[in-house]
Ligand binder design. Structure first.
Ligand SMILES: NC(=O)c1ccc[n+]([C@@H]2O[C@H](COP(=O)([O-])OP(=O)(O)OC[C@H]3O[C@@H](n4cnc5c(N)ncnc54)[C@H](OP(=O)(O)O)[C@@H]3O)[C@@H](O)[C@H]2O)c1
Length: 331
C-alpha cells in the first residue's frame, strides 16, 4: 500500500475509493473526480497508469479475496464514498461471479467498516433482461447492496462508444460492415467514457441521485447497428457495404458446443461468449418498458454532449488506442 498524501477532510470534497481504476471507465472516472477536487484512492490488483499521479494513494490488494480485504480494513483512512467500476475482463462464468459479486461484496464490507456514506456501483442497462451469467452476478450484487442499508447509487449505462468501434479498422481495410439479421433489430444510445465519468461524479455530489437505480445513455438519438455502419462509411467516404449475419448462428454453434462445456471450463466460457454475442445481436441497450414489453429510446435517459460521430472521426484518424475492447471483441 502506498503512503497517503495529507488528507484534509471537508464535506464538499470527498475521499473516494475507486475499484476498477485501471479499466476503461475507471480511468476516466479517476481523472474527473480529481479535476472536481475529490481525493481519490484506488484499490485493486494492478497499479493505475502513471498519468493518474494526482491520486492520493493506491491500495494494492486482491479485491476478490475476502481474507485480503479483512487484513487492510484497519489501515485505510476515513472514506466518504466507495465507487466500483469493476467488471469481469473475460465474461466467463466463474470470473463473472468472482468479480461482479464476490469482489463487490468485499468492497461493500470495506465501505461499511470505513463508515462510508455512499456506495456507487457501475452496473449495466442489460441487467433489465438478464439471461447471461455476468448479468445474474451483477443483479445478485445489486440486491445485496440495496438490502445492506448502505446509501447507494446504481448506475446502469447503455453501450460505451468503445463497444461500437470494433469494426472501424476492418471497414478502413475494405471489408464490409457486419450486422446481425437486417441490422435494425437492436439499437442503443451510446455514451462516451468522459460523459459517463461526469455522470458518476454527479452521483456523489447531488443528493437526488442517492438510493436510486439510474439507467443512463448518451445524448441520443438512438442508433441501430446498420446506422453505425452507414455512419462509418460516410465518414471514410466509401460506398456503404453491409454484410448480414443471422443472429441465430451464435445460438446454433453454442448449442452444438453445450455438451463439451461439461468437460472443460475453457469451452464452457467460450460457449458463454457465444451466448453474450447472441444477446447483443438480439437485444437493444435501451430502457426496457415493462408495460409496453418493448425497448424505449424515448424513455432511455440522456446525458452528456459527446457524439458517436465525433468519436468515430477520432478513431478513424488516430486508431483505437485507449479504447481497446479486450476479450469482449467479436469481430
Ligand atoms: N462495454 C460496455 O459497453 C458496457 C456497457 C455498460 C456497462 N458496462 C459495465 O461497465 C463496467 C466497467 O466496464 P469497463 O469497460 O470500464 O471495464 P474494463 O475496462 O474491462 O475494466 C475492468 C476493471 O475491473 C478490474 N478487474 C477485472 N477482473 C478483476 C479481478 N479478477 N480482480 C481484480 N480486479 C479485476 C480490472 O482490473 P485489472 O486492470 O487488474 O484487470 C479493471 O480495473 C463493467 O462492469 C461492465 O460490465 C460495460
Amino acid at each position: 500500500m502506498t503512503a497517503y498524501m495529507n488528507l484534509d477532510i471537508s464535506s464538499k470534497f470527498k475521499t473516494v475509493i475507486v475499484a476498477g481504476a485501471t479499466g476503461y471507465i475507471g480511468q476516466y472516472l479517476c481523472k474527473t473526480l480529481v479535476s472536481r477536487g475529490h481525493r481519490v484512492i484506488t484499490i485493486g490488483r494492478s497499479t493505475p497508469p502513471a498519468q493518474d499521479a494526482l491520486i492520493y494513494g493506491n491500495i494494492n490488494v486482491e479485491v476478490c479475496s475476502r481474507a485480503d480485504i479483512e487484513v487492510i480494513k484497519g489501515s485505510i483512512p476515513r472514506i466518504d464514498v466507495v465507487i466500483s467500476c469493476l467488471g469481469s475482463r473475460s465474461g466467463g462464468r466463474q470470473d463473472s461471479w468472482l468479480v461482479e459479486l464476490e469482489a463487490n461484496k468485499n468492497l461493500l464490507s470495506l465501505a461499511q467498516s470505513g463508515h462510508a456514506e455512499q456506495f456507487v456501483l457501475l452496473s449495466a442497462i442489460c441487467v433489465q433482461k438478464p439471461r447471461l451469467e455476468f448479468q445474474f452476478a451483477k443483479l445478485a450484487f445489486e440486491e445485496v447492496l440495496v438490502a445492506s442499508g448502505m446509501p447507494f447509487t446504481i448506475v446502469r449505462p447503455t453501450a460505451y462508444f468503445k463497444s461500437l468501434a470494433g469494426q472501424i479498422e476492418n471497414v478502413k481495410a475494405g471489408k464490409p460492415f457486419c450486422v446481425f439479421d437486417n441490422g435494425t433489430r437492436t439499437a442503443c444510445k451510446p455514451i462516451s467514457g468522459r460523459d459517463l465519468a461526469l455522470f458518476m461524479c454527479d452521483c456523489i455530489e447531488l443528493p437526488e441521485k442517492l438510493n436510486k437505480i439510474l439507467p443512463i445513455g448518451g445524448p441520443g438519438p438512438s442508433v441501430s447497428l446498420k446506422e453505425q455502419g452507414e455512419m462509418i462509411f460516410r465518414l471514410i467516404d466509401k460506398p456503404c457495404r453491409i454484410r448480414q449475419i443471422p443472429s441465430a448462428a451464435f445460438s446454433v454453434i453454442g448449442t452444438l458446443m453445450a455438451p463439451l462445456g461439461f468437460f472443460s471450463q475453457r469451452l464452457s466460457d467460450k460457449q458463454e461468449l457465444l451466448r453474450i454475442a447472441h444477446y447483443y445481436a438480439t437485444e437493444s441497450m435501451l430502457f426496457w418498458d415493462r408495460d409496453a414489453k418493448r425497448y424505449s429510446a424515448e424513455k432511455t435517459p440522456e446525458y452528456g454532449s459527446d457524439t458517436l460521430e465525433s468519436f468515430y472521426k477520432q478513431v478513424i484518424n488516430s486508431g483505437l488506442k485507449g479504447h481497446e475492447l479486450g476479450e469482449q471483441k467479436f469481430f
